[in-house]
Design a protein around this ligand. Structure first.
Ligand SMILES: *Cc1c(COP(=O)(O)O)cnc(C)c1O
Length: 352
C-alpha cells in the first residue's frame, strides 16, 4: 500500500523542452538556439573573468548588466528586472502580477510553458484560439480577465503583430497587467518596449538565449514601469536574491555593448530564413511568414511527423508537436547556411 505521505507530494506535468542530444555530428534545429557563437567581446569577458572572485556572492542587483540594458533600451535602471533566463523572469511575473480570481488569458497556440506555470502557481487561465491563419485576434482580449500574456512574435507560429495590435490590447486591458514576451523580437519583430513608457501596466520580457547566442548562461530581463518592476523585485528577493551569477553579469554586459556583432548575426539569420522559406515553398511547402529565428511549415498530403522522424535518422533534429491543429506542422530553427543546405538537401530527397 502507498504510504500517506505520498498523497502530499506535488503531482505536476512539467514543460518538455526540445531534445538536447550529446551526439557530436548532428544538425540541431530543434530548440531555437543561435547557430553563431556569442559576441567575441562576451567570450573575452568570460576568459578574463577573475575566478578568485567567485567566492563572493554576485551583486544582488546585477547593477552593471542592468545599467547596460537600461541604456540600450533608453529606459531607467528602475525599469529593468533581471532573471535567470526569461523563463525565470516570466515565472516571477506570474507569481507577482497574476493574483486575480479571474483567469489570465493567452492564445491556444503559444509557448507551452504558460499553462505549466499556471498549474504550478494555481493561476486559473483561459485560451482564445488563434484564427485559421494562426493570427491572434485582439478583439478576443476585450473580455475581463486576470492578466494577459502573449509572445510577440508568437511561438511556434513565428508570426508577429505590429504596434497597432499592442495598442489595441492595452486599450482593452486598462485593468489588467499585460505581458508581451519578446523572446524572438530581434529577428524582425516590432518591439513594445517604447510603449512601457505610455502604459504602466505593460511588461515586456526579453532573453539573451536566442538573438545573443547565450542560452547556456541563462540571462533574461523585463522592462516596465517602476511600479511593476518593484513588485517583481520584491517577489524575487523573497526566495532568491542572486538570480544572475557573476560570470553572466560580465558576459551579458559585454554582449549588450557589442551591438555591431549582434546586428550582424541577427541579419545573417534573417537572410538565411528568407532563403530557406523560398526554397521550401518551391518544394511545395506552406511556410508562414516568420519574424523569428525559426520557420513553421507543413505540406499538403505529406506527414510532417514522418518527415520529422526521417530527418532524425539523417541526424537532423527539428521539432514536431503532437498538438491539435498543428499536428501536421514542423518547427525548424534557422541554422548556418551550410546546415540549412544539408537540411534542404535531405528534405528534397524526402519529398522525392
Ligand atoms: C525561448 C523562449 C523563452 C525563454 O527563454 P530563456 O532561455 O528562458 O530566456 C521565453 N518565451 C518564449 C516564447 C521562448 O520561445
Amino acid at each position: 500500500m502507498e504510504r500517506l505521505w505520498t498523497e502530499n507530494l506535488r503531482d505536476i506535468e512539467p514543460y518538455v523542452p526540445g531534445e538536447q542530444s550529446g551526439e557530436q555530428d548532428i544538425i540541431k534545429l530543434n530548440a531555437n538556439e543561435n547557430p553563431y557563437p556569442p559576441s567575441p567581446k562576451a567570450q573575452e569577458a568570460i576568459r578574463n573573468f577573475d575566478t578568485q572572485a567567485l567566492r563572493f556572492y554576485p551583486n544582488a542587483n546585477a547593477t552593471s548588466l542592468k545599467q547596460a540594458i537600461a541604456d540600450y533600451y533608453h529606459v531607467g535602471i528602475k525599469n529593468v528586472f533581471l532573471g535567470n533566463g526569461s523563463d525565470d523572469v516570466i515565472a516571477v511575473a506570474f507569481q507577482a502580477l497574476f493574483n486575480s480570481d479571474l483567469p489570465i488569458v493567452f492564445p491556444d497556440l503559444t509557448y507551452s510553458f504558460y499553462p505549466v506555470w499556471c498549474a504550478l502557481f494555481n493561476i486559473p487561465y483561459k485560451n482564445y484560439p488563434v484564427g485559421d491563419d494562426f493570427r491572434i485576434n485582439a478583439e478576443d482580449y476585450r473580455e475581463k480577465n486576470g492578466g494577459v500574456i502573449i509572445p510577440n512574435p508568437n511561438a511556434p507560429t513565428s508570426l508577429g503583430e505590429g504596434r497597432a495590435f499592442v495598442e489595441k490590447l492595452m486599450d482593452y486591458n486598462r485593468d489588467s497587467v499585460v505581458i508581451i514576451d519578446e523572446a524572438y523580437v530581434d529577428f524582425g519583430g516590432e518591439s513594445s518596449v517604447e510603449l512601457t513608457k505610455k502604459y504602466e501596466n505593460l511588461l515586456v520580457t526579453g532573453t539573451f538565449s536566442k538573438s545573443r547566442s547565450l542560452a547556456g548562461l541563462r540571462i533574461g530581463f523585463a522592462i516596465g514601469s517602476e511600479k511593476l518592476i518593484s513588485v517583481l523585485e520584491a517577489v524575487k528577493n523573497s526566495y532568491n536574491s542572486y538570480t544572475v551569477d557573476a560570470v553572466s553579469i560580465e558576459a551579458g554586459r559585454a554582449s549588450i555593448l557589442d551591438d555591431a556583432y549582434f546586428k550582424q548575426t541577427c541579419n545573417k539569420i534573417i537572410r538565411t530564413r528568407e532563403r530557406v522559406t523560398a526554397q521550401m515553398r518551391e518544394l511545395g511547402f506552406t511556410v508562414l511568414d516568420s519574424q523569428t529565428n525559426f520557420i513553421f511549415a507543413t505540406r499538403d498530403g505529406m506527414s510532417m511527423k514522418d518527415m520529422f522522424e526521417y530527418l532524425k535518422t539523417k541526424k537532423i533534429y527539428i521539432r514536431y508537436f503532437s498538438v491539435p491543429r498543428i499536428d501536421n506542422y514542423v518547427r525548424i530553427t534557422i541554422g548556418t547556411d551550410r546546415e540549412m543546405d544539408v537540411f534542404l538537401e535531405n528534405v528534397r530527397e524526402y519529398v522525392k
